[in-house]
Design a binder for this molecule. Structure first.
Ligand code: SF4
Ligand code: SF4
Length: 169
């Protein structure tokens, strides 16, 4: 008789545990389902799909060197000293061209390099530029194999090549 009561109790416990297992699983799956079903997608199929960046996003710097007057204000404002500029005086009697906003170009720019590995994208250099030739582009795809590759010479043809791509886009 006592064995029978014990068996009945074990069967009850078994079914109680089974029902509990099923209901908690269904409850958990319902929570998961509601989350997965209702949640907005946050990932994109990069690189086929690209984010549209905010208008004022600060990505790779771009210097339109034809409008640069070599004033070095950008380099002086840079908190990490990652802008390297060199220039020389124009020869006596040489034509003094003007930038697109009317500033005379009295010096010949011979070097304009930014070490973007050091740059913190603060935007100070673009803010002080009197000719507005130095701006942040929307180009964020410029990884390199070496740290030295992050130094961009804005007078070099290969950098001018990506500059042209940015200007057209
Ligand atoms: S964005 Fe800031 S850190 Fe980068 S070059 Fe300009 S001033 Fe320097
Ligand atoms: S502040 Fe502008 S104009 Fe002056 S050197 Fe820098 S990029 Fe050129």
């Amino acid at each position: 008789m006592s064995t029978s009561v014990h068996e009945t109790s074990s069967v009850k416990e078994y079914f109680a545990a089974l029902i509990n297992g099923i209901t908690t699983t269904v409850h958990g799956m319902w929570i998961t389902f509601r989350y997965v079903w209702g949640v907005k997608h946050v990932s994109i199929e990069y690189p086929e799909v690209r984010e549209v960046l905010p208008e004022r996003a600060r990505m790779r710097l771009f210097n339109d060197v034809l409008n640069c007057i070599s004033c070095t204000q950008c380099a002086m404002a840079c908190p990490v000293d990652c802008i390297y500029i060199a220039s020389e005086k124009k020869p006596e009697g040489a034509e003094i061209k003007k930038t697109s906003n009317g500033q005379p170009i009295r010096l010949t720019l011979t070097q304009f390099v930014i070490d973007t590995a050091l740059c913190c994208y603060c935007g100070l250099c673009t803010t002080v530029c009197p000719t507005e030739c130095l701006t942040h582009s929307h180009d964020y795809e410029f990884s390199q194999y070496t740290i030295d590759g992050m130094k961009y010479d804005y007078l070099a043809p290969d950098v001018i090549a990506w500059r042209d791509r940015i200007v057209k886009s």
